[in-house]
Design a protein around this ligand. Structure first.
Ligand code: BEZ
Ligand code: FE
Length: 316
């Protein structure tokens, strides 16, 4: 059996059956003819075309259709202000990363973007340069430092850096269900565009997998684990906002991150330091090991936006 990759039709479908399926698709597409918003019309037509191609490609059974409806219903039921199962679904299908790729085209040597994730919170505490964002969470201390510059190397003083990370047990503060705020903060670069802070050495953790998305991953033999990372969001007037992470070189999950967020340019050396090694700011860590990493951030200009939507193709 061969499958037409555009229409989803299979060669063992009779010409009569094929004509029936195409006639239905044509009628659905024509139903959008009167849409006053041209962009909405383009999106709806394209979505329907791809959805029908998928149905015809796999020759979806009615039982499978029902399973799909039940799955999406469960995703909806679990979603509320604290848990966004639809975004998790988008993340695990690579839809979030593809949208990031489309909207953050590579620009010169600007730092690459990656998936936002569900655990960013507004109103994080501010820390001074060299401050400690961990606020006592479990984990090995990690010194992070770097600069924020434009692509021509000009330092960007006053750039705002938001950072957030999971604790050593793999949980963000918001996942504890109390009001704690920890392992997240924001700080501003100094006159030379430099920043530094103490966090904890990132460790791997699973995305929430106690719901339908977790069951889907299980059913297809995929792991919910994310490669160890630390989230950044960097803003400066006149520059494209950067949402990204850094990953730990040597982490065995780098090539199977459950949300496809890893980019080689974002993998950094986290240098392990023996207990007793003097720290960059003189902090006393006693018998504890610590690590350090450098992340130099380069922002694209604000006008380096994604290309606008493509014009609609000729009507089907
Ligand atoms: C995270 O990195 O925090 C994350 C990203 C996508 C889905 C779940 C978690
Ligand atoms: Fe994360």
């Amino acid at each position: 059996m061969s499958v037409d990759s555009v229409t989803g039709t299979t060669s063992d479908v009779s010409p009569e059956q094929r004509a029936r399926e195409e006639e239905l698709l044509d009628r659905v597409l024509a139903s959008f003819d009167g849409a006053p918003d041209a962009r909405l019309k383009q999106i709806m037509r394209s979505a329907v075309q791809h959805l029908h191609a998928f149905l015809r490609d796999v020759r979806l059974t009615e039982d499978e259709w029902k399973q799909g409806i039940d799955f999406l219903t469960a995703v909806g039921h679990l979603t509320d202000e604290r848990r966004q199962e639809f975004i998790l679904l988008s993340d695990t299908l690579g839809v979030s990363m593809q949208t990031v790729a489309i909207n953050n085209e590579a620009y010169a040597d600007a730092t690459e973007a990656t998936v936002f994730g569900p655990f960013f919170m507004d109103d994080s505490p501010e820390v001074e340069i060299g401050g400690n964002i961990s606020f006592g969470v479990a984990g090995e201390p990690c010194w992070l430092e770097g600069t924020v510059t434009a692509v021509d190397g000009t330092p960007l003083p006053g750039a705002k850096i938001e950072v957030w990370q999971a604790d050593e047990h793999g949980f963000y503060d918001v996942q504890y269900g109390d009001d704690r705020v920890a392992a997240r903060a924001h700080l501003f670069t100094d006159e030379q565009g430099r920043y530094s802070f103490w966090g904890i050495t990132p460790t791997p953790y699973p995305i929430p997998h106690d719901g339908p998305v977790g069951r889907m991953l299980d059913a297809v033999g995929r792991s919910p684990m994310r490669a160890s990372h630390l989230h950044f969001m960097v803003t400066a007037p006149g520059f494209r906002t950067l949402v990204t992470h850094i990953f730990v070189r040597g982490d065995e999950l780098l090539d199977r991150d459950s949300v496809f967020g890893v980019k080689e340019s974002l993998v950094k050396d986290f240098l392990e330091q023996a207990a007793g090694t003097p720290t960059p700011d003189g902090r006393e860590l006693g018998a504890r090991t610590w690590s350090q990493a450098r992340f130099d951030i380069v922002l694209a200009p604000a006008e380096a936006k994604a290309q606008g939507p493509r014009p609609s193709p000729a009507p089907h």
